[in-house]
Design a protein around this ligand. Sequence first.
Ligand SMILES: O=C(O)CCC(=O)C(=O)O
Length: 268
Amino acid sequence: MDAREVFAGEGYWVERGLFSRDEIERVRERFGEINQERRGVVDDGVIAGDPLAEFPRVMMPHKFDALSRDWLLDKRLRQVFERLLGAAPVAVQTMFYFKPPGARGQALHQDNFYLLAQPGTCVAAWMAVDDCDKENGCMRIVRGSQDLPTLCTVGADTAESFTDVTVPVPQGMTVESIEMQAGDVLFFNGSVIHGSGPNRSADRFRRALIGHYVTSEATEVSRYYHPCLDFEGNEVSLGEAVGGGVCGEFVGGEVRMVGVDVSGRGNH
Ligand SMILES: O=C(O)CCC(=O)C(=O)O
C-alpha cells in the first residue's frame, strides 16, 4: 500500500525524519524564548504545582513568530499532504505543547469537533520535537476511526488529562501508541480519535509543534481559525462555521490569549 492508501484506510501516516536535528534544535530554542515571553498563552488558572503552569501550551504562534509560520507553510509538509490527500490543504492553526515531566496529557478527541471544517474535514501535522514513547506521553491514535462522524463526548479523567471531555473508543477499535523520534511528523485526519497520556518520565519533555489545516474542499471553518492561508502565505477566504473553538479547554482555566483573539467552545 502506498502512503495515500494507508492514510485513507487508517486515518494517519508517520513521515520519518522529515525535519533535521538542527531544525528541531532551533524549534526548541525558539519556544524556550516564547515560553519566557509568555506569548500565545490561553491556559489560564492552572493550579500551582501543575507542571503545565510553568510550561503552558502556546497557541497560534504562527501569528507572531516567523519560525512557526515558516514551519506551518513548509514545502515538505505540503508535499506530504499532496501525497496523502491529492491536493494541498489550507493552513489554519499552530500550537506548541511542552508537556514537561509530570504533566497530564490530552484525553482522546476528534479535531473537527473544534475546527468544524466542512465540507471535508481538518488534517493535522504533528511534529515530534523530542523522541516520544509511552513513558513520556506519545500520541495515541484509534486506527481506522477516520470515517466516523463527530461523536458525543463523555467526562474524562482529569488526573490524566488537562481536558475534561473525551470520546470513548468505539466498540471493536483499539488505541495505538505512536512512538516517534524528534523530526518525525504524524499526519492525521480530523475525525481520527486521538490524544495522549501523561508524561510519567522523570526528566524527559515531550514537546510537539502542531499544524492544523482544512482540506481543499472546505468552504468554512470555526471563527477562531481565521485568517486561513495557502502554502504561499496568501489568505484564503473561507466562511465562519458557527461554534467550534480553539481545541481542548483546559480544566479550571479561562480562555485567554496574549495578542490573539479567541472565542468559542473551548481549546484543543
Ligand atoms: O500533543 C498532544 O498530546 C495532543 C495533541 C492533539 O491532540 C492535537 O494536536 O490535536
